[in-house]
Write a protein that binds this ligand. Structure first.
Ligand code: HEM
Length: 137
């Protein structure tokens, strides 16, 4: 408990609806991985991922659904996400964190999501991505 769970705190359920529910989240995740798949800025973390990003897309969507207060789909299928543990296998320092965030921020900026929601999501993703870091600054 404690620190491990802090960034996972689920906000009010209305955030899921405010974002536009499943279709909107899937669109965000698809754009995120399309960016990671093609941008030179993310080439390094792209090499960590499987060649085919289909499973990554599905899992990030399932996770984010619960993370923004919608149906906890990831937990229903796979149990407690334990995302920090699942990321131990990858060496994540400031560069990797920033590449991941760069993709997500770009996907958010391009999305039709309202600017105030984009801003609060950026703050939450930034905290979460840093929490995933397992290498020193
Ligand atoms: C900070 C830099 C991050 C890096 C470098 C990174 C990298 C990865 C990699 C390489 C995988 C394996 C996927 C595959 O093989 O295709 C993965 C899985 C995953 N990541 Fe990340 N990740 C980062 C941050 C995050 C954050 C902030 C979130 C959530 C907001 C997240 C959510 C997930 C989920 C849900 C999975 C699937 C886990 C599973 O196997 O069940 N990641 N990540």
């Amino acid at each position: 408990m404690g620190l491990q769970f802090t960034p996972m705190t689920t906000p009010e359920p209305s955030l899921y609806n405010a974002l536009g529910g499943e279709s909107s989240l899937r669109a965000l995740v698809d754009r995120f991985y399309d960016i990671m798949d093609t941008a030179p800025e993310a080439a390094h973390i792209r090499t960590f991922h499987a060649k085919n990003l289909k499973q990554s897309r599905e899992k990030l969507y399932l996770f984010l659904s619960g993370w923004v207060g919608g149906p906890p789909l990831y937990a229903e299928r796979y149990g407690h996400p334990r995302l920090r543990q699942r990321h131990f296998f990858f060496s994540i320092g400031p560069q990797e964190r920033d590449e991941w965030l760069w993709c997500m921020n770009k996907a958010l900026d391009e999305s039709p999501i309202a600017p105030d929601l984009v801003q609060s999501l950026k703050v939450r993703f930034s905290t979460f991505a840093d929490f995933m870091r397992n290498q020193e600054e």
